[in-house]
Design a protein around this ligand. Structure first.
Ligand code: IPM
Ligand code: MG
Length: 361
C-alpha cells in the first residue's frame, strides 16, 4: 500500500533543506518505493497562511499520514507575536496532538568530520550516543503556566514540571528497548536531589528496569551529565531524560560531532508513527542563501525509512550515500574546518543534495 508522507518545510532554511530531502525521496520513488508526498505549511509559514502556527489542514494531513518530514520553524519576524501563536507552537502542537512522546536524537561522529569538532579528536573519535528525550510532557506542557501579577503589583512568571508515572514508564520502555538493540547501557538523567518530580522519574526508571535485566541502568544528575558529555562523552551509550533536560543535552551532544547540521531526529508515538526532523533550527541568518547543510534532513529521511516505513535497507543506503559524499570531500560551510580544508570541496545546499542522490544511484 502507498505510504503517505506529510512534508512540512516550515521556516528559514526549512524549505531549502527539505527540498534536498525530497530529491532523495523522489529518487527512491523512481527506484520503486511506494510513497505519496503532500506538502503543508507549519510554524511562521502556517501563521502567514492561516493565522495559526499549526493550521487545521496541516494537522489533519499529519494525522492521516504514515510519517511526517519537517524542516524547521521560527524566525525573527514572528518573535514579537503572542506566545500562543508563535511558530514554535506549531511544532509543539504536532508533538502533542500526535502523541509523539519518544524523541530519538542520535549523536554520531562521522570519522570524516573528526576535525570539525571543537573537542580533541581522541575525546570524540567513534562517538555514538542515542539521547531519548521525553517529548510531550514535563515543563514544556505542564499546567498551570503563565505570567501573573502579584498583590504588590510585581509580575511573576511560572511553569510547572509534572510527570505522571505512566508517562515515565512509556518513555522508560522506549529507552530500554533501544538500549537492548545497542550497547545495553542506559543512563537516566534527572535532578532527583532537588526536584521531587524527577525523584519519581528515577523511582519509575528503576521499576521499569526490572523488565530489562540485561541492561545496565545508571543515574546521573543533569548538571553532571552536561559536564560528562564534554569531558568524556564516550562513556554514554543510551541516555533517557525529561523534555527540557533532553532539549539542552541534545544540543550539547550535537556539538561533540562537529556540527549540529549533521544530526537527524525521530519523534515516535506508541505505534511507530513518527515525525522526522533535523535537530538544528531554522537558522534565519543563513536562510535563502543555499548554504545550509541538508545532511541532517536527509539523515532524518533515513530514520523515517527505518522506524516508520520498515525499509531498513533503504535507510542503510541513504546513510552509506552520506558517508560517500563525505569521503569525496564535499563539505557545506558548517563542516568545512580551516585545518582540514585541503582536498575538500565547499558545496552549496543543493549541490550536496545532488551529490547524495548521485551516490545513491
Ligand atoms: C528542539 C527545539 C524545540 C524545543 C523548539 C523549537 C520549540 O529546540 O526541537 O530541540 O525546544 O523542543
Ligand atoms: Mg532544542
Amino acid at each position: 500500500m502507498t505510504k503517505k508522507i506529510a512534508v512540512l518545510p516550515g521556516d528559514g532554511i526549512g524549505p531549502e533543506i527539505i527540498a534536498e530531502a525530497v530529491k532523495v525521496l523522489e529518487s527512491l520513488r523512481a527506484g520503486g518505493l511506494d510513497i505519496e508526498m503532500n506538502e503543508a505549511p507549519v510554524g511562521g509559514a502556517g501563521y502567514e497562511a492561516s493565522g495559526k502556527p499549526l493550521p487545521d489542514d496541516t494537522l489533519a494531513l499529519a494525522k492521516e499520514s504514515d510519517a511526517i518530514l519537517l524542516g524547521a520553524v521560527g524566525g525573527h519576524q514572528w518573535e514579537s507575536l503572542d506566545i500562543s501563536v508563535r511558530p514554535e507552537k506549531g511544532l509543539l502542537g504536532l508533538r502533542a496532538e500526535l502523541e509523539l512522546f519518544s524523541n530519538l536524537r542520535p549523536a554520531i561522529l562521522y570519522k570524516q568530520l573528526a576535525d570539525a569538532s571543537t573537542l580533541k579528536p581522541e575525546v570524540v573519535a567513534g562517538l555514538d550516543i542515542m539521547i531519548v528525550r521525553e517529548l510531550t510532557g514535563g515543563i514544556y506542557f505542564g499546567q498551570p503556566r503563565g505570567v501573573r501579577t502579584l498583590d504588590n503589583g510585581e509580575k511573576q512568571g511560572f511553569n510547572t514540571l509534572v510527570y505522571a508515572e505512566s508517562e515515565i514508564e512509556r518513555i522508560g520502555h522506549s529507552a530500554f528497548k533501544i538500549a537492548m538493540k545497542r550497547g545495553k547501557k542506559l543512563c537516566s538523567v534527572d535532578k532527583a536531589n532537588v526536584l521531587e518530580c524527577t525523584e519519581l522519574w528515577r523511582e519509575v526508571m528503576i521499576r521499569v528496569s526490572k523488565d530489562y535485566p540485561e541492561v545496565e541502568l545508571s543515574h546521573m544528575y543533569v548538571d553532571n551529565a552536561a559536564m560528562q558529555l564534554v569531558r568524556a562523552p564516550k562513556q554514554f551509550d543510551v541516555m533517557v531524560t525529561t523534555n527540557m533536560f533532553g532539549d539542552i543535552l541534545s544540543d550539547c551532544a550535537a556539538m561533540l560531532t562537529g556540527s549540529i547540521g549533521m544530526l537527524p531526529s525521530a519523534s515516535l508515538d506508541a505505534n511507530g508513527k513518527g515525525m522526522y526532523e533535523p535537530i538544528h533550527g531554522s537558522a534565519p541568518d543563513i536562510a535563502g542563501q543555499n548554504v545550509a547543510n541538508p545532511l541532517a534532513t536527509i539523515l532524518s529521511v533515513a530514520m523515517m525509512l527505518r522506524y516508520s516505513l520498515n525499509e531498513t535497507e533503504l535507510a542503510n543506503r541513504i546513510e552509506s550515500a552520506v558517508e560517500k559524499v563525505l569521503d569525496q570531500g564535499l563539505r557545506t560551510a558548517d563542516i568545512l574546518s580551516d585545518s582540514t580544508s585541503d582536498g575538500m570541496q565547499k558545496v552549496s545546499t543543493s549541490e550536496m543534495g545532488d551529490a547524495v542522490v548521485a551516490a545513491l544511484t
